[in-house]
Design a protein around this ligand. Sequence first.
Ligand code: ADQ
Length: 467
Amino acid sequence: MTALRTPVKESSQIVIVSNRLPVHRVKRSPEDVWEISPGGLVSALTPVLQSKPSTWVGWAGVAGKAPAPFEHEGIRNHPVALSKKDVEAFYEGFSNRTLWPLYHDAVRPPEYRRRWWWPYVKINRRFAEIAVEVVAQKGTVWVHDYHLQLVPAMIREMRPDVRIGFFMHIPFPPQELFVQLPWRRRILEGLLGADVVGFQTRLGAQNFARLARRFTNATGSRENLQYEGRRIVSEAFPISIDVERFEKLAQSPEITSRSREFRTKLGADRKIILGVDRLDYTKGIDIRLRAYQELLRSGKTNLNDCVLVQVATPSRQRVAEYRELRSHIEQFVGEINGEFGELGRTPVHYLHRNLPAEELAALYLAADVMLVTPLRDGMNLVAKEYVACRTDDSGTLVLSEFTGSAEELSSALLVNPHDLDGLEAAIDTALHLPIEEQHRRMRPLRRLIKRHDVFYWADMFLKALKR
Ligand code: ADQ
């Protein structure tokens, strides 16, 4: 926690550029304070950033004038100003209504509006200008995510001495979809400004290299693209979580007792099925509810055998589509509860709120079955968090093939979320999986995430960037 004004000097050897700063403002008396936002990215980068002069460039999350740069727990933060109009066009418009659906297999139709493009260019330039202002000679800038794809080339143009990395947190789409984008060449050229362009999966890296060769002067292979006399590496760096932190949480007496409390409340004799997602149409929450409803209708299971807990984080509430999704999901939950519920026994418990990591860990620990069923997802960290909390190797992860994490977590029960019968059968199987089979599937998952945690991820990326 830091008071709002702490002056910043000195140039930075490493600069992180992302849409949001790693901290958010919290109302306190006598004055507001900054608090770290939870999440793997912040914890993975904190040790690196604290070890040398560094700056994080990002939006503080509130439209209007930007707060002055300040230091928080050894990391300098340089807020970027976004007006209300910038937020509408750059963030809600081009980022979340054009790029987000297009990059997620166009599961919702992307909207191509010319009036959103120029704000996207303008705001990307604003981030780039701050980055070049604060980065030291021959320093490193690491740019994150789809909001800022033009930033690498903009930085290179102003500061060719700097090493530039870019990491895409969401999928990078195949050619047949990406070609729809009216500004496709500009986006590719923007990314090619980096020395290393990282993706969650090999497929993403391949898609990018193919598109770069098709629409720009880039030549060569994926790990060795040649562009304007430079070498660019396009590679997979699957992101992960702070595994040790989740393991410790799951083993702590407070969390284990909280988890037992959940089990008692939900019915000790019932199997607990859990879903935890940001309330987004890519996450397949409705599909999972449908499969559960059909399973109850089939009579293969009933509300005395199991219960579904769905936690949905409020997300992008200013975009109409997200508000509609929320009503749809809430109506659906009501429908299932109306159809199968009995007094004192509910088939679906739905929580629309943010929960502290401790509560999430207790839920992961309580859940016999974890349902992760996105139609498309860059990685999906919830799947990895569940695995991290299952320290006794019990529990079953039902995981969509269309998540980045399915590439690594291959001994989960993999499902195609478009196949309703298949999903229903997988939930049924998961509910009845013998304990030996649960162990057989969970052990390799746990081995993998323990080796490849978020610190490994940051290390691998920064090593690739040094080369
Ligand atoms: P997201 O789409 O946000 O991330 P995900 O990777 O699952 O998806 O991460 C969600 C995070 O939010 C998890 O750490 C989870 O614990 C947390 N969370 C979910 N519900 C919560 C709740 N109710 N309360 C508190 N915390 C909650 C994007 C991409 C992903 C990619 C990540 C990281 O869309 O594909 O995995 O970035 O690169």
